[in-house]
Design a binder for this molecule. Structure first.
Ligand SMILES: *Cc1c(COP(=O)(O)O)cnc(C)c1O
Length: 369
């Protein structure tokens, strides 16, 4: 039988090939390859999609979107930024790009999201920002996070890491519209994926938007040249044109992701722990995760059955060699460490067939038995 892969990079391109070819052709004829009309259109359309009255600034990656959002909000090398250990290492490397100190908050053992009860212990006089990660397409309750900051919320900014959460909702509000700024990634596997690297910073604060616009282009704003020290983080016109094509289909893709997730919910053995949507959240199912004791062996058996899986993430950031200097001992962030030992992501993308879900679920039920 044909294997079920964790992610099919070709299926979506094939389905959209006509529209994508047309979009790329338009850019080739325009002679403008960076920060042109396509980028402007995508920024406007994506911000309108989010609907929070803010604006989008297209950049080269999700990592850059995080870094520039933090920088625009005034984070500097003597500051601390609180985030979680069970995330893409990019969340932490963006903080380090500024020279700031990442402080890692343990997570809720059931949802894997930042544990707001543990947040207060992570704050100090140097704390300048918190980066909640909307892991797997689930969502941190950002208003509750703000409330947990109490009086400190006037001086601590919230930057939502929305790299996995395009289309997730808390109540009626889309991920990205609840913090002071938000960072989106359009890495090819994400819910809205480019055919290369791309990212976007969103904010309803015109000052933040102006700063990120300037920071992505060497800090240049006007005839004075660089008004701040910026970097080069432009988005390609070709990626913007492709993203505009895919944005038109995003809601269809999200509906399909939710349908497939509901099918997994139904077909998986009820004894296998899932990762539930947090209260009030309409999950965007970038990833569908289960938890298995003896995960390595189960993953091996699934591979033998022709089922591709992945682990997000096998090593929590504080246990990575590059971040040993942060000084976290093994066992210091127990919920995140246990998460890393047990979670397994199953194939889930809009082009996946219902029958594939049934096959994967049956194989997982076997492997877990
Ligand atoms: C993908 C991802 C990033 C980084 O995005 P890039 O576009 O690869 O730079 C950051 N945070 C999370 C949670 C991610 O999943």
């Amino acid at each position: 039988m044909k294997p079920v892969v964790m992610f099919d990079a070709v299926a979506q391109v094939r389905a959209l090939r006509g529209e994508i070819d047309e979009a790329i052709g338009r850019v080739l004829e325009s002679g403008r390859f960076l920060l042109g009309e396509e980028v402007t259109r995508f920024e406007r359309d994506f911000a309108a999609y989010l609907g929070g009255g803010g604006a989008g600034v297209a950049v080269s990656s999700g990592t850059d979107a995080l870094e520039l959002a933090l920088r625009a909000l005034g984070v500097e090398s003597n500051h601390e930024v609180v985030t979680v250990p069970n995330t893409a290492v990019a969340t932490v490397s963006a903080i380090r790009q500024l020279g700031a100190r990442p402080v890692l908050c343990d997570v809720d053992p059931i949802t894997g999201l930042m544990d707001l009860e543990k947040l207060a212990a992570c704050l100090s006089d140097a704390t300048r920002a918190v980066v909640p990660v909307h892991l797997y397409g689930n969502m941190v309750d950002v208003p509750a996070l703000r409330a947990a900051l109490g009086d400190r919320s006037a001086t601590i900014s919230i930057v939502e890491d929305c790299a996995q959460a395009h289309g997730a909702l808390l109540g009626e509000q889309l991920a990205g519209t609840l913090g002071d700024a938000a960072a989106f990634s359009f890495y090819p596997t994400k819910n809205l994926g480019a055919l290369g690297d791309a990212g976007l910073c969103y904010s309803a604060d015109p000052e933040v938007v102006r700063a990120v616009r300037s920071l992505r282009r060497y800090g240049i704003e006007d005839a004075a040249g660089a008004r701040r020290e910026g970097i080069n983080s432009r988005m390609d016109e070709i990626q913007a044109a492709i993203l505009s094509v895919k944005l038109r289909h995003l809601d269809t893709y999200l509906t399909r992701r939710r349908t497939l997730a509901a099918r997994y919910d139904e077909r998986l053995d009820p004894a296998i722990p899932r990762i539930p949507a947090a209260e009030g959240v309409t999950h965007a199912y970038h990833l569908y995760g289960v938890r298995l004791r003896g995960r390595e062996a189960a993953q091996e058996r699934l591979a033998q059955a022709g089922v591709g899986t992945a682990v997000h993430y096998p090593v929590p950031v504080h246990r990575m060699p590059a971040y040993a200097f942060l000084g976290y001992e093994p066992g210091s962030l127990p919920a995140a460490e246990r998460w890393a030992e047990e979670v397994l992501s199953l194939p889930l993308y809009p082009e996946l067939a219902d029958a594939d879900v049934d096959r994967v679920a049956a194989a997982v039920n076997d492997a877990a038995a």
